[in-house]
Design a protein. Structure first.
Length: 129
């Protein structure tokens, strides 16, 4: 279970399906959230159900769409045609956020210079899908 900041958009996901939790340092994630990076978890698209409200959707790139709350603006999910069977959800919108620590840092080549990486995680200059 998860929701946006204001609670208008809520979703359900089988938390046993959460895999590949990664801190993304790409400029699109930073600019769309205002954060220094975004932590995403990948789930099968069929596992995600919107249970309240309706997320807004916009094309972030030619091959990806981002889902957000139209009331508070919180980023909720990302789908890319490069991985059509999965969708990424923002870990920070989960109710049990502490249960899903990242396993890797992606798009490290684009990170902000003063952001310290977690050396216990795998570092990828870009992202391997």
């Amino acid at each position: 279970m998860g929701s946006c900041h204001c609670g208008y958009v809520r979703y359900s996901v089988d938390q046993d399906d959460l895999t590949d939790v990664a801190n993304c340092h790409c400029s699109i994630c930073r600019r769309s959230t205002g954060g220094t990076f975004v932590t995403w978890a990948t789930v099968p698209r069929a596992s995600l159900t919107w249970t309240a409200g309706a997320p807004g959707v916009y094309p972030a790139t030619e091959s990806s769409r981002r889902y957000y709350c139209p009331r508070c603006g919180a980023q909720l999910a990302l789908h890319t045609e490069l991985a059509p069977q999965t969708i990424d959800i923002t870990v920070s919108t989960l109710e049990r956020v502490d249960d899903f620590p990242p396993c890797r840092e992606i798009w490290v080549k684009n990170k902000i210079k003063w952001v310290m990486l977690d050396n216990s995680l795998v570092h990828e200059d870009e992202e391997s899908l």
